[in-house]
Ligand binder design. Structure first.
Ligand code: GTQ
Length: 374
């Protein structure tokens, strides 16, 4: 133990103390002296690890899932979620989230399929990576989705999906499931009668909030979901505006999706960004309290996380745990979508960050991550 005299350290390792620690366990009591160094780390020491899931792995396993699971047969969504290998698998069925606070998944909906409506206290987000022609219906509003769109599904609103198009749709889901699971805040309810019927015109909120930086005046029962779909062409427009000037040294050309009614993050518990790194751009390393799950939407490059190089290309997903040094390098023009837990860290007043100042902000590369199915 750090900071104690050799005599104290010796005593704490003695048989007397060991026996006592063991004896009280049967009464569901634990000794703080054992726990402190494990649970009160000097700086964040996440159990979640840096990890990457490749586009090829997702394609192969999703093709199998399409054979095995249909929303008709299974009554739920066809989603495969990313289980962080560092997180404890909770008995008896093996749940593990993507970072400690973020659940991320890929969901596939085939032409003609319907995912029945349900509602829950978890906040959800989607980022559309492939396809067009499906809608999600949120509280009676059909919202049509296309590649590059970012959507919010606020907590406690009915939502389901249907695919009216021709090609499979693939999108990323992100929810605050692990946070609500650990604080005991879950409510979930299936919708009687399958998929909810439309109650307002299609794309209602998207049309009404078209001004982007403006919001409609008057009674607005949609204040919880003011802007349900952040369209790709508007995101690109925003990025192009940023590109008139110098990039940020850590983030390149990056935008945060916000709720236009409040100016806060688009979802209350998760932050979301679109980041453009032109080919050749190499950002300077940074670490911070929050964790991040990335989806490479376009391009190619790599991210060095605590010295390990993670090569990525469009369609891959990767996670950066809390307090890990990371820097990005684009080898082809890249667009990275990311989900973070900044709103949670901010709510607890825990967010901190540090930039890596030596060696022009670049870490020494000491290893390479080998992705499955690449
Ligand atoms: O599409 O509504 O990956 O409710 C997890 C929970 C997707 C969804 C997920 C959900 C959904």
């Amino acid at each position: 133990m750090a900071g104690v005299s050799p005599e104290v350290a010796e005593f704490m390792k003695s048989q007397t103390v060991k026996d006592y620690n063991k004896e009280i366990a049967q009464y569901n009591l634990g000794p703080l002296w054992e726990a402190i160094p494990e649970i009160m780390n000097k700086t964040p020491k996440p159990q979640a690890e840096a990890y990457l899931w490749s586009k090829e792995l997702i394609a192969a396993k999703m093709a199998e899932a399409c054979q095995i699971f249909t929303p008709d047969r299974g009554g739920e969504r066809r989603a495969l979620y990313f289980q962080n290998p560092g997180l404890t698998y909770r008995k008896p069925w093996g749940w593990a989230s993507t970072s400690q606070t973020i659940y991320a998944a890929v969901q596939m909906l085939l032409p003609g399929e319907k995912a029945p409506s349900h509602r829950h206290s978890q906040s959800a987000l989607r980022f559309i990576s492939e396809g067009t022609g499906a809608y999600t219906i949120v509280q009676g509003e059909r919202i049509f989705m296309e590649e590059g769109d970012f959507l919010t599904t606020p907590k406690n609103l009915w939502h389901g999906h249907e695919h009216l198009g021709e090609e499979p749709m693939l999108w990323m889901d992100a929810l605050d499931i692990p946070t609500l699971y650990s604080i005991g805040g879950t409510f979930f309810e299936p919708y009687e009668g399958g998929l909810q019927e439309p109650e307002v015109p299609d794309n209602f909120s998207e049309v009404r909030y078209r001004g982007g930086m403006m919001r409609p005046v008057g009674d607005d029962k949609y204040t919880v979901a003011p802007l349900a779909n952040y369209k790709w062409n508007r995101t690109v427009d925003g990025i192009n505006g940023l590109m008139q000037y110098e990039p940020d040294k850590h983030h390149g050309f990056a935008l945060e999706y916000i709720n236009p009614s409040t100016g806060k993050s688009a979802a209350p518990t998760l932050g979301t960004r679109m980041q453009h790194l032109p080919a050749g751009m190499h950002t300077q390393a940074l670490r911070h309290t929050h964790s991040t799950v990335y989806h490479a939407h376009k391009g190619e490059g790599y991210t060095v996380i605590n010295g390990v190089r993670f090569d990525w290309k469009a369609g891959d997903y990767f996670v950066i745990p809390n307090w890990a040094w990371y820097e990005h390098k684009a080898t082809k023009d890249a667009y990275l979508f990311s989900v973070n837990d900044i709103p949670i860290m901010d709510r607890f007043e825990l967010e901190q960050q540090q930039s890596f100042d030596s060696n022009n902000g670049h870490q020494e590369v000491t290893g390479e991550f080998k992705a499955a199915f690449r």
